[in-house]
Ligand binder design. Structure first.
Ligand SMILES: Nc1ncnc2c1ncn2[C@@H]1O[C@H](COP(=O)(O)OP(=O)(O)OP(=O)(O)O)[C@@H](O)[C@H]1O
Ligand SMILES: O=C(CO)[C@H](O)[C@H](O)COP(=O)(O)O
Length: 444
Protein backbone atom coordinates (compact mmCIF):
# COMPACT_ATOMS: atom_id res chain seq x y z
CA UNK A 1 0.00 0.00 0.00
CA UNK A 2 1.51 3.38 -0.92
CA UNK A 3 0.44 6.27 1.20
CA UNK A 4 1.19 9.96 1.31
CA UNK A 5 1.37 12.29 4.26
CA UNK A 6 2.39 15.80 4.82
CA UNK A 7 3.79 17.43 7.91
CA UNK A 8 4.89 21.05 7.98
CA UNK A 9 4.80 21.17 4.22
CA UNK A 10 7.06 18.17 3.65
CA UNK A 11 5.32 15.71 1.39
CA UNK A 12 6.55 12.16 1.51
CA UNK A 13 5.40 8.91 0.11
CA UNK A 14 5.99 5.85 2.19
CA UNK A 15 4.98 2.24 2.28
CA UNK A 16 3.14 0.94 5.32
CA UNK A 17 4.13 -2.52 6.32
CA UNK A 18 1.49 -4.69 7.96
CA UNK A 19 3.42 -5.19 11.11
CA UNK A 20 2.38 -4.88 14.74
CA UNK A 21 4.19 -2.85 17.34
CA UNK A 22 6.59 -5.21 18.99
CA UNK A 23 5.44 -5.27 22.60
CA UNK A 24 5.94 -8.91 23.29
CA UNK A 25 5.68 -9.63 19.59
CA UNK A 26 8.35 -10.42 17.04
CA UNK A 27 11.96 -9.31 16.80
CA UNK A 28 13.85 -7.95 19.74
CA UNK A 29 16.31 -5.18 19.12
CA UNK A 30 19.96 -6.06 18.99
CA UNK A 31 20.94 -2.56 18.04
CA UNK A 32 22.52 -1.60 21.31
CA UNK A 33 23.81 -4.80 22.73
CA UNK A 34 27.02 -5.86 24.38
CA UNK A 35 30.11 -3.95 23.38
CA UNK A 36 28.23 -1.30 21.41
CA UNK A 37 26.62 -0.09 24.61
CA UNK A 38 28.24 2.56 26.72
CA UNK A 39 27.17 2.36 30.28
CA UNK A 40 26.40 5.60 32.03
CA UNK A 41 26.92 3.98 35.38
CA UNK A 42 30.37 2.83 34.25
CA UNK A 43 31.59 6.00 32.59
CA UNK A 44 29.74 8.54 34.74
CA UNK A 45 29.51 10.55 31.55
CA UNK A 46 26.48 11.83 29.74
CA UNK A 47 26.03 10.87 26.21
CA UNK A 48 24.60 12.65 23.26
CA UNK A 49 23.47 10.90 20.18
CA UNK A 50 25.25 11.54 16.88
CA UNK A 51 23.19 13.17 14.11
CA UNK A 52 21.09 10.65 12.29
CA UNK A 53 20.39 10.89 8.60
CA UNK A 54 17.22 8.86 8.61
CA UNK A 55 14.80 7.39 11.10
CA UNK A 56 16.37 4.01 10.40
CA UNK A 57 18.95 4.18 13.12
CA UNK A 58 22.54 3.30 12.32
CA UNK A 59 24.19 0.70 14.49
CA UNK A 60 26.33 2.71 16.89
CA UNK A 61 29.86 1.82 17.82
CA UNK A 62 31.81 3.19 20.76
CA UNK A 63 33.32 5.75 18.42
CA UNK A 64 29.98 7.08 17.24
CA UNK A 65 29.03 8.04 20.77
CA UNK A 66 30.30 11.37 21.91
CA UNK A 67 30.99 12.13 25.50
CA UNK A 68 29.51 15.52 26.03
CA UNK A 69 30.10 18.18 28.59
CA UNK A 70 27.36 17.72 31.13
CA UNK A 71 25.51 20.61 32.63
CA UNK A 72 25.89 20.94 36.35
CA UNK A 73 22.15 20.66 36.71
CA UNK A 74 21.98 17.35 34.94
CA UNK A 75 24.96 16.02 36.84
CA UNK A 76 23.11 16.89 39.99
CA UNK A 77 20.01 15.14 38.69
CA UNK A 78 21.91 11.97 38.12
CA UNK A 79 23.96 12.20 41.29
CA UNK A 80 20.78 12.29 43.31
CA UNK A 81 19.38 9.17 41.73
CA UNK A 82 18.95 5.99 43.68
CA UNK A 83 20.75 2.96 42.25
CA UNK A 84 18.99 1.76 39.11
CA UNK A 85 19.49 -1.94 39.79
CA UNK A 86 18.82 -4.01 36.69
CA UNK A 87 18.45 -0.81 34.70
CA UNK A 88 21.86 0.63 35.52
CA UNK A 89 22.69 1.09 31.84
CA UNK A 90 19.62 3.20 31.13
CA UNK A 91 20.36 6.86 30.43
CA UNK A 92 19.01 10.23 29.40
CA UNK A 93 20.77 12.38 26.78
CA UNK A 94 22.77 15.31 28.12
CA UNK A 95 21.76 17.72 25.39
CA UNK A 96 18.52 18.11 23.48
CA UNK A 97 18.02 15.49 20.79
CA UNK A 98 19.09 16.38 17.28
CA UNK A 99 15.78 14.78 16.20
CA UNK A 100 14.00 17.94 17.36
CA UNK A 101 15.74 20.08 14.77
CA UNK A 102 15.84 17.44 12.06
CA UNK A 103 12.11 16.81 12.36
CA UNK A 104 11.18 20.33 13.41
CA UNK A 105 9.50 19.17 16.61
CA UNK A 106 8.71 21.55 19.45
CA UNK A 107 7.60 18.92 21.89
CA UNK A 108 6.23 15.42 21.35
CA UNK A 109 2.51 14.90 21.80
CA UNK A 110 2.28 11.99 24.23
CA UNK A 111 -0.59 9.50 24.18
CA UNK A 112 -1.15 6.71 26.71
CA UNK A 113 -2.89 3.44 25.85
CA UNK A 114 -3.67 1.19 28.80
CA UNK A 115 -5.06 -2.32 28.79
CA UNK A 116 -4.47 -5.79 30.06
CA UNK A 117 -2.44 -8.18 27.97
CA UNK A 118 -4.53 -9.58 25.10
CA UNK A 119 -7.06 -6.73 25.19
CA UNK A 120 -6.31 -5.63 21.64
CA UNK A 121 -3.59 -2.97 22.12
CA UNK A 122 -1.52 -4.16 19.17
CA UNK A 123 -4.59 -4.30 16.94
CA UNK A 124 -5.59 -0.79 17.98
CA UNK A 125 -2.07 0.58 17.64
CA UNK A 126 -1.75 -0.76 14.12
CA UNK A 127 -4.76 1.42 13.27
CA UNK A 128 -3.15 4.42 14.97
CA UNK A 129 0.19 3.89 13.21
CA UNK A 130 -1.54 3.51 9.87
CA UNK A 131 -3.22 6.87 10.46
CA UNK A 132 0.21 8.47 10.46
CA UNK A 133 1.32 6.65 7.34
CA UNK A 134 4.82 5.91 8.55
CA UNK A 135 7.01 3.11 7.43
CA UNK A 136 7.71 1.61 10.83
CA UNK A 137 11.31 0.43 10.96
CA UNK A 138 12.18 -2.94 12.43
CA UNK A 139 13.33 -3.08 16.01
CA UNK A 140 11.97 -3.51 19.49
CA UNK A 141 10.39 -0.04 19.56
CA UNK A 142 8.71 1.05 16.31
CA UNK A 143 10.04 4.55 15.57
CA UNK A 144 8.35 5.86 12.43
CA UNK A 145 8.73 9.23 10.76
CA UNK A 146 5.86 10.71 12.77
CA UNK A 147 5.05 8.24 15.48
CA UNK A 148 6.90 6.13 18.01
CA UNK A 149 5.21 3.41 20.06
CA UNK A 150 6.89 2.59 23.36
CA UNK A 151 5.93 -0.48 25.35
CA UNK A 152 5.92 0.08 29.09
CA UNK A 153 6.78 -3.57 29.77
CA UNK A 154 10.33 -2.37 29.13
CA UNK A 155 10.42 -0.89 32.64
CA UNK A 156 9.63 -4.22 34.38
CA UNK A 157 12.18 -4.37 37.19
CA UNK A 158 12.37 -8.16 37.30
CA UNK A 159 12.86 -10.70 34.59
CA UNK A 160 10.52 -13.70 34.25
CA UNK A 161 12.62 -15.82 36.58
CA UNK A 162 12.79 -13.03 39.15
CA UNK A 163 9.03 -12.67 39.12
CA UNK A 164 8.65 -16.38 39.65
CA UNK A 165 11.11 -16.41 42.54
CA UNK A 166 9.47 -13.40 44.19
CA UNK A 167 5.97 -14.70 43.42
CA UNK A 168 4.91 -11.40 41.90
CA UNK A 169 3.03 -10.72 38.67
CA UNK A 170 4.05 -8.27 35.95
CA UNK A 171 0.90 -6.31 36.76
CA UNK A 172 2.08 -5.42 40.27
CA UNK A 173 3.23 -1.85 40.84
CA UNK A 174 6.27 -3.25 42.63
CA UNK A 175 7.32 -4.93 39.43
CA UNK A 176 7.83 -1.65 37.53
CA UNK A 177 10.67 0.83 37.76
CA UNK A 178 8.31 3.80 37.83
CA UNK A 179 11.07 6.21 38.90
CA UNK A 180 13.06 5.50 35.78
CA UNK A 181 9.95 5.33 33.58
CA UNK A 182 8.83 8.77 34.76
CA UNK A 183 12.30 10.27 34.46
CA UNK A 184 12.89 8.92 30.96
CA UNK A 185 9.44 9.74 29.59
CA UNK A 186 9.68 13.24 31.00
CA UNK A 187 13.07 13.63 29.35
CA UNK A 188 11.66 12.39 26.05
CA UNK A 189 8.77 14.80 26.27
CA UNK A 190 11.24 17.60 26.99
CA UNK A 191 13.19 16.74 23.88
CA UNK A 192 15.99 14.46 25.11
CA UNK A 193 17.04 11.11 23.70
CA UNK A 194 16.84 8.21 26.09
CA UNK A 195 18.57 4.87 26.37
CA UNK A 196 15.49 2.90 27.34
CA UNK A 197 15.59 -0.56 28.93
CA UNK A 198 14.20 -3.51 26.99
CA UNK A 199 12.12 -6.34 28.40
CA UNK A 200 12.55 -9.23 26.00
CA UNK A 201 9.30 -11.20 25.78
CA UNK A 202 10.96 -13.98 23.84
CA UNK A 203 13.54 -14.77 26.49
CA UNK A 204 11.82 -13.26 29.51
CA UNK A 205 15.02 -11.33 30.29
CA UNK A 206 16.07 -7.70 30.51
CA UNK A 207 18.18 -6.76 27.50
CA UNK A 208 20.64 -3.85 27.18
CA UNK A 209 18.90 -0.55 26.51
CA UNK A 210 18.07 0.96 23.12
CA UNK A 211 18.07 4.51 21.84
CA UNK A 212 14.69 6.21 21.59
CA UNK A 213 14.42 9.78 20.31
CA UNK A 214 11.60 12.29 20.67
CA UNK A 215 9.08 12.14 17.85
CA UNK A 216 6.04 14.14 16.76
CA UNK A 217 3.81 11.63 18.52
CA UNK A 218 4.95 9.25 21.20
CA UNK A 219 2.50 6.55 22.26
CA UNK A 220 3.21 4.83 25.56
CA UNK A 221 1.26 1.61 25.75
CA UNK A 222 1.01 -1.23 28.18
CA UNK A 223 -0.20 -2.15 31.61
CA UNK A 224 0.45 1.10 33.50
CA UNK A 225 0.53 4.32 31.45
CA UNK A 226 -1.85 6.08 33.83
CA UNK A 227 -0.84 4.42 37.10
CA UNK A 228 2.00 6.66 38.21
CA UNK A 229 1.00 10.30 38.60
CA UNK A 230 4.29 11.58 37.17
CA UNK A 231 3.79 9.57 33.97
CA UNK A 232 0.08 10.34 33.81
CA UNK A 233 0.76 14.07 33.87
CA UNK A 234 2.90 13.79 30.75
CA UNK A 235 0.03 12.45 28.67
CA UNK A 236 -1.84 14.77 26.33
CA UNK A 237 -4.46 12.12 25.69
CA UNK A 238 -5.18 8.73 27.17
CA UNK A 239 -7.12 5.66 26.11
CA UNK A 240 -8.21 2.61 28.10
CA UNK A 241 -9.28 -0.60 26.34
CA UNK A 242 -11.80 -2.21 28.62
CA UNK A 243 -12.84 -5.80 27.93
CA UNK A 244 -15.48 -7.68 29.86
CA UNK A 245 -14.16 -10.96 31.25
CA UNK A 246 -16.22 -13.05 28.82
CA UNK A 247 -14.74 -11.25 25.83
CA UNK A 248 -11.22 -11.33 27.27
CA UNK A 249 -11.48 -15.08 27.68
CA UNK A 250 -12.83 -15.54 24.13
CA UNK A 251 -10.00 -13.48 22.57
CA UNK A 252 -7.33 -15.16 24.70
CA UNK A 253 -8.61 -18.58 23.75
CA UNK A 254 -8.61 -17.61 20.10
CA UNK A 255 -5.02 -16.33 20.26
CA UNK A 256 -3.31 -18.49 22.83
CA UNK A 257 -4.88 -21.78 21.76
CA UNK A 258 -4.80 -21.20 18.01
CA UNK A 259 -1.52 -19.31 17.73
CA UNK A 260 0.49 -20.24 20.80
CA UNK A 261 -0.57 -23.82 21.49
CA UNK A 262 -1.76 -23.25 25.09
CA UNK A 263 -4.45 -25.46 26.60
CA UNK A 264 -7.86 -24.11 27.58
CA UNK A 265 -7.17 -24.97 31.24
CA UNK A 266 -3.87 -23.06 31.16
CA UNK A 267 -5.52 -19.99 29.63
CA UNK A 268 -8.35 -19.93 32.16
CA UNK A 269 -5.89 -20.49 35.01
CA UNK A 270 -3.67 -17.64 33.83
CA UNK A 271 -6.63 -15.24 33.57
CA UNK A 272 -7.80 -16.25 37.06
CA UNK A 273 -4.29 -15.90 38.50
CA UNK A 274 -3.90 -12.39 37.07
CA UNK A 275 -7.35 -11.23 38.09
CA UNK A 276 -6.66 -9.86 41.60
CA UNK A 277 -3.67 -7.84 40.40
CA UNK A 278 -5.54 -6.76 37.28
CA UNK A 279 -8.33 -5.37 39.43
CA UNK A 280 -5.90 -3.74 41.82
CA UNK A 281 -3.32 -2.22 39.46
CA UNK A 282 -4.75 -2.02 35.94
CA UNK A 283 -8.50 -1.48 36.05
CA UNK A 284 -8.41 1.65 38.29
CA UNK A 285 -6.59 3.50 35.49
CA UNK A 286 -9.93 3.67 33.66
CA UNK A 287 -10.88 6.63 35.80
CA UNK A 288 -8.09 8.75 34.28
CA UNK A 289 -8.72 7.88 30.63
CA UNK A 290 -10.00 10.48 28.17
CA UNK A 291 -11.46 7.74 25.99
CA UNK A 292 -12.55 4.29 27.08
CA UNK A 293 -13.52 1.58 24.60
CA UNK A 294 -15.61 -1.01 26.40
CA UNK A 295 -16.22 -4.37 24.75
CA UNK A 296 -19.09 -6.48 26.07
CA UNK A 297 -21.13 -9.47 24.99
CA UNK A 298 -24.08 -8.57 22.79
CA UNK A 299 -27.44 -7.86 24.35
CA UNK A 300 -29.19 -8.62 21.07
CA UNK A 301 -28.98 -12.40 21.56
CA UNK A 302 -30.23 -13.62 24.94
CA UNK A 303 -27.77 -16.01 26.63
CA UNK A 304 -25.25 -15.69 23.79
CA UNK A 305 -22.29 -17.97 24.44
CA UNK A 306 -20.36 -17.51 21.20
CA UNK A 307 -19.02 -14.02 22.03
CA UNK A 308 -18.78 -13.28 18.34
CA UNK A 309 -21.33 -10.50 18.28
CA UNK A 310 -20.25 -7.66 20.54
CA UNK A 311 -21.64 -4.56 22.11
CA UNK A 312 -18.98 -1.86 22.02
CA UNK A 313 -19.10 1.46 23.84
CA UNK A 314 -16.97 4.54 23.26
CA UNK A 315 -16.86 6.77 26.33
CA UNK A 316 -15.40 10.21 25.64
CA UNK A 317 -14.42 12.67 28.34
CA UNK A 318 -15.75 16.18 27.86
CA UNK A 319 -13.47 19.20 28.20
CA UNK A 320 -10.12 17.69 27.16
CA UNK A 321 -7.92 20.12 25.25
CA UNK A 322 -7.98 19.33 21.54
CA UNK A 323 -10.52 16.50 21.95
CA UNK A 324 -13.90 17.28 20.39
CA UNK A 325 -16.12 14.37 21.30
CA UNK A 326 -17.82 12.53 18.43
CA UNK A 327 -21.60 12.38 18.46
CA UNK A 328 -24.58 10.82 16.76
CA UNK A 329 -27.23 13.10 15.18
CA UNK A 330 -27.44 15.87 17.77
CA UNK A 331 -24.71 16.76 20.24
CA UNK A 332 -25.76 16.40 23.87
CA UNK A 333 -29.00 14.57 23.15
CA UNK A 334 -29.94 10.96 23.92
CA UNK A 335 -30.55 8.78 20.89
CA UNK A 336 -31.51 5.17 20.28
CA UNK A 337 -31.09 4.25 16.63
CA UNK A 338 -31.66 1.11 14.62
CA UNK A 339 -30.13 1.93 11.24
CA UNK A 340 -31.21 -1.31 9.52
CA UNK A 341 -33.47 -0.80 6.56
CA UNK A 342 -33.17 0.39 2.97
CA UNK A 343 -29.82 2.07 3.45
CA UNK A 344 -28.08 -0.40 5.72
CA UNK A 345 -28.18 -4.13 5.28
CA UNK A 346 -28.31 -5.98 8.58
CA UNK A 347 -28.10 -9.66 9.19
CA UNK A 348 -29.13 -11.46 12.39
CA UNK A 349 -29.25 -10.15 15.13
CA UNK A 350 -29.30 -6.63 13.66
CA UNK A 351 -27.56 -3.43 14.79
CA UNK A 352 -28.49 -0.99 17.48
CA UNK A 353 -26.84 2.37 18.29
CA UNK A 354 -27.13 4.48 21.39
CA UNK A 355 -25.73 7.94 22.09
CA UNK A 356 -25.99 10.03 25.22
CA UNK A 357 -24.31 11.77 28.15
CA UNK A 358 -22.95 9.66 30.96
CA UNK A 359 -21.22 10.19 34.28
CA UNK A 360 -18.09 8.07 34.56
CA UNK A 361 -16.14 8.15 37.85
CA UNK A 362 -18.03 11.38 38.52
CA UNK A 363 -16.86 13.11 35.31
CA UNK A 364 -18.87 14.16 32.24
CA UNK A 365 -18.57 11.81 29.31
CA UNK A 366 -20.44 11.38 26.02
CA UNK A 367 -20.95 7.81 24.97
CA UNK A 368 -21.69 6.21 21.63
CA UNK A 369 -22.43 2.51 21.59
CA UNK A 370 -23.11 -0.02 18.91
CA UNK A 371 -24.36 -3.56 19.40
CA UNK A 372 -24.20 -5.98 16.46
CA UNK A 373 -22.20 -6.42 13.26
CA UNK A 374 -22.12 -4.59 9.96
CA UNK A 375 -22.97 -6.77 7.00
CA UNK A 376 -21.37 -4.61 4.28
CA UNK A 377 -18.58 -2.22 5.18
CA UNK A 378 -19.12 -0.03 2.11
CA UNK A 379 -22.57 0.84 3.49
CA UNK A 380 -20.93 2.30 6.58
CA UNK A 381 -20.91 5.66 4.87
CA UNK A 382 -24.59 5.80 5.82
CA UNK A 383 -23.63 5.50 9.51
CA UNK A 384 -20.76 7.93 8.98
CA UNK A 385 -23.13 10.54 7.55
CA UNK A 386 -24.99 10.56 10.89
CA UNK A 387 -21.88 10.83 13.02
CA UNK A 388 -20.25 14.22 13.65
CA UNK A 389 -16.92 15.35 15.10
CA UNK A 390 -15.26 12.13 14.00
CA UNK A 391 -12.04 13.92 13.06
CA UNK A 392 -12.33 12.98 9.38
CA UNK A 393 -10.89 15.26 6.71
CA UNK A 394 -13.37 14.39 3.97
CA UNK A 395 -16.80 12.80 3.73
CA UNK A 396 -16.33 9.04 3.76
CA UNK A 397 -12.83 8.91 5.29
CA UNK A 398 -14.00 6.81 8.23
CA UNK A 399 -15.62 4.31 5.85
CA UNK A 400 -12.50 4.23 3.66
CA UNK A 401 -10.33 3.50 6.69
CA UNK A 402 -12.67 0.73 7.81
CA UNK A 403 -12.63 -0.75 4.31
CA UNK A 404 -8.85 -0.54 4.13
CA UNK A 405 -8.65 -2.55 7.36
CA UNK A 406 -11.39 -5.06 6.52
CA UNK A 407 -9.17 -8.05 7.28
CA UNK A 408 -8.24 -6.95 10.79
CA UNK A 409 -9.82 -8.33 13.98
CA UNK A 410 -13.19 -6.76 14.75
CA UNK A 411 -13.39 -5.07 11.33
CA UNK A 412 -17.17 -5.57 11.15
CA UNK A 413 -18.15 -4.42 14.61
CA UNK A 414 -17.87 -1.47 16.96
CA UNK A 415 -14.30 -2.28 18.01
CA UNK A 416 -12.88 -1.28 14.62
CA UNK A 417 -15.36 1.60 14.27
CA UNK A 418 -14.46 3.18 17.60
CA UNK A 419 -10.75 2.38 17.41
CA UNK A 420 -10.70 4.09 14.02
CA UNK A 421 -12.52 7.11 15.42
CA UNK A 422 -10.00 7.33 18.27
CA UNK A 423 -7.12 7.01 15.79
CA UNK A 424 -8.66 9.92 13.84
CA UNK A 425 -9.01 11.81 17.09
CA UNK A 426 -5.34 11.29 17.92
CA UNK A 427 -4.50 12.82 14.54
CA UNK A 428 -6.87 15.72 15.27
CA UNK A 429 -5.48 16.26 18.78
CA UNK A 430 -1.94 16.25 17.38
CA UNK A 431 -2.98 18.89 14.85
CA UNK A 432 -4.79 20.98 17.47
CA UNK A 433 -1.89 20.92 19.90
CA UNK A 434 0.86 21.56 17.36
CA UNK A 435 -0.84 23.61 14.65
CA UNK A 436 0.47 21.15 12.01
CA UNK A 437 -1.37 19.18 9.39
CA UNK A 438 -1.25 15.48 8.60
CA UNK A 439 -2.64 14.41 5.22
CA UNK A 440 -5.17 11.57 5.15
CA UNK A 441 -3.50 8.25 4.44
CA UNK A 442 -6.45 6.84 2.54
CA UNK A 443 -7.83 9.12 -0.14
CA UNK A 444 -11.44 9.61 -1.22
N1 LIG B 1 -11.63 -6.30 17.89
C1 LIG B 1 -11.29 -7.58 18.00
N2 LIG B 1 -12.17 -8.55 17.74
C2 LIG B 1 -11.84 -9.86 17.85
N3 LIG B 1 -10.61 -10.28 18.24
C3 LIG B 1 -9.70 -9.35 18.51
C4 LIG B 1 -9.97 -7.95 18.42
N4 LIG B 1 -8.87 -7.25 18.76
C5 LIG B 1 -7.94 -8.16 19.05
N5 LIG B 1 -8.43 -9.41 18.91
C6 LIG B 1 -7.71 -10.66 19.12
O1 LIG B 1 -7.29 -10.70 20.48
C7 LIG B 1 -5.96 -11.19 20.56
C8 LIG B 1 -5.09 -10.16 21.28
O2 LIG B 1 -5.03 -8.98 20.53
P1 LIG B 1 -3.74 -8.05 20.54
O3 LIG B 1 -2.53 -8.84 20.21
O4 LIG B 1 -4.06 -6.86 19.72
O5 LIG B 1 -3.73 -7.68 22.09
P2 LIG B 1 -2.57 -7.03 22.97
O6 LIG B 1 -3.26 -6.23 24.03
O7 LIG B 1 -1.61 -6.29 22.11
O8 LIG B 1 -1.89 -8.31 23.57
P3 LIG B 1 -0.44 -8.45 24.29
O9 LIG B 1 -0.29 -7.32 25.23
O10 LIG B 1 -0.57 -9.77 25.01
O11 LIG B 1 0.57 -8.47 23.19
C9 LIG B 1 -5.52 -11.46 19.11
O12 LIG B 1 -5.70 -12.83 18.83
C10 LIG B 1 -6.44 -10.65 18.27
O13 LIG B 1 -6.68 -11.23 17.01
O1 LIG C 1 1.16 -8.65 31.06
C1 LIG C 1 2.07 -8.58 30.27
C2 LIG C 1 2.14 -7.39 29.40
O2 LIG C 1 2.48 -7.66 28.07
C3 LIG C 1 3.11 -9.64 30.25
O3 LIG C 1 2.60 -10.80 30.84
C4 LIG C 1 4.34 -9.16 31.01
O4 LIG C 1 4.93 -8.08 30.33
C5 LIG C 1 5.35 -10.30 31.16
O5 LIG C 1 5.72 -10.78 29.92
P1 LIG C 1 6.13 -12.32 29.70
O6 LIG C 1 4.88 -13.10 30.03
O7 LIG C 1 6.53 -12.38 28.23
O8 LIG C 1 7.25 -12.62 30.61
Amino acid sequence: MVLGFNVAGAVRTTAVRERPPVCGVGAQSSRFRGDTMVSVARTRAFLAVPPLRSTRLPKPTRQTWLHMQTSTMQKARYAEKAPRGVHKEAAVGAVKSEALQRKNIQRPVMVGVAADSGAGKSTFLRRVMRMFGSDIPKGHTPQGELITVICLDDWHNRDRQGRKEDNITALDENCQNFDLMAEQLEALKNGFDIMKPIYNHETGRIDPPELVSPNHIVVVEGLHPMYDERVRKLLDFSVYLDLDDEVKIAWKIQRDMAERGHTLEAILASIEARKPDFERFILPQRQYADAVIQVKPTELIPEDKERKILKVRLLQREGVQGFKTAYLFDEGSTIEWIPCGRRLTCSYPGIKFHYGPESFYGADFSTIEVDGEFAKLEELVYIESHLSNTGTKYYGELTQLMLAAQNTPGAYNGTALFQTIIALKIREIYEQLTGRKVDPVVRS
